[in-house]
Design a protein around this ligand. Sequence first.
Ligand code: NAD
Length: 500
Amino acid sequence: MTATLTDTLQHWINNANYSADDRSGKVYNPATGEVSGHVALASKATTEHAIAAAAAAFPKWRDTSLARRTAIMFNFRQLLAERKGELAAIITAEHGKVLDDALGEVARGLEVVELCCNAPYLLKGEFSQNASTGIDVQSMRQPVGVSAIISPFNFPAMVPLWFFPVAIASGNAVVLKPSEKDPSAANWLAELFAEAGLPEGVLNVVHGDKEAVDTLLTDPRVNSVSFVGSTPIAQYVYSTGTAHNKRVQAFGGAKNHMLVLPDADLDLAADMAVNAGFGAAGERCMAISVVVAIDTIADELVAKIAERAKTLRVGDGTRGCDMGPLITGEHKAKVAGYIEAGIDAGAELVLDGRTGTVDADGEGFFLHPTMFDRVGTDMSIYTEEIFGPVLSVVRVDTFNEGIDLINSSPYGNGTAIFTNDGGAARRFEDEIQVGMVGVNVPIPVPVGYHSFGGWKASLFGDQHAYGPEGFKFFTRNKVITKRWLDPSHGGINLGFPQND
Ligand code: NAD
């Protein structure tokens, strides 16, 4: 559909709004179900304009001193900390997650900005004096150039903040393509960075869909691509981007298991299963969607989770509720379809979230907490990422069976074990084929100074986000082997250089 440019969120290029596109998408308030605005959808030409802006800004930004770059980062950190409430309100209005959760998202993004205030330390090179007689070797990290960042709907502020501060602190210029479902947070962040002193063209935002993404993946001026979204698109982005000679990290979907051993504190485990299963209505890549219970404690654990989940208040995220709506009516219908499929497949429906009271005005996209027990590993509610408030309980007889089950999942984003047995936890840490592991911690999202990333179908590429690996991704290593002229050296020698 088309909309007038005045009621449509525009792109942000060279520190100003940029309007050129007829195509636009609808943005909803998921708590009321109403269209709250529109967003421009970039054509190839608009996306190329943003890439050109970044490519033009890059040389000067690359040569801007670490001291100046860091000073701007400190300003950005200060403004973001002062005005985080505004950003959280934008997130709740377009994503639907409750305000406290939105503030949590901003806080985790802010952690990465704080890390980036320390960028000079992380960008330091290495030096070996006299590696060979009279020869010194130095390595240094240089920015890759133009970095494209493509982000999903579920963390409209935090996921962009995982990447663009690191890219920019490292000396790159960025084109950010946020989700078209909740696009306003990206403009707000880019405007704030401009207010903090970021020069024109260093951070550009283009809104759009496949057309914009495909342009970013194929344009020769783009040097790196950081993508977060569903596994099929992550795979597509990885193969297309690398085929066009780009450095790509593509984070995909997840199915995160929480293993509960008989010696665990079951009240703690039940609290955590509810928090991690139903927080943000299950629309988190680190949500727990499967509880793996040893059969001897499964009845008690299921009862404790159900008792807690029933008390959750579902409604508009601005009204102090526990759980908000899903992102769109279409997604709500898809999740409800999985609930039908689980019933049809013979799983035991302990909590049915398709009905219940909601504290909201209008027809928002709400579901209530849903839980299935005795889920089979061949059922679609187990094999597929539902991305909604649907918790599956799979019963196993032994600890080893639990480990094998988790390791046979195609995904490897996050997992957790609940136990008071240090030996069992230690074996779990060692043997589990998952990138982020919690021990009595249900959502083990690493702190800013470690790096975030899953394994298997949850990440295509090798470098993880933010932390030390983030800085590696956004920089290339250069090694310089040097000798200053010394009259005692010289002469012809065609042999391969050896060190002595
Ligand atoms: P999505 O894959 O639909 O969209 C992600 C991005 O890709 C968006 O910017 C979208 O505009 C773009 N896109 C969508 N279809 C495209 C296509 N055909 N070609 C090119 N680009 C396309 O994901 P989503 O629904 O926005 O987000 C939810 C998914 O993201 C879940 O699968 C979740 O697990 C995953 N996720 C993963 C992580 C992680 O760290 N592994 C973090 C957050 C979210």
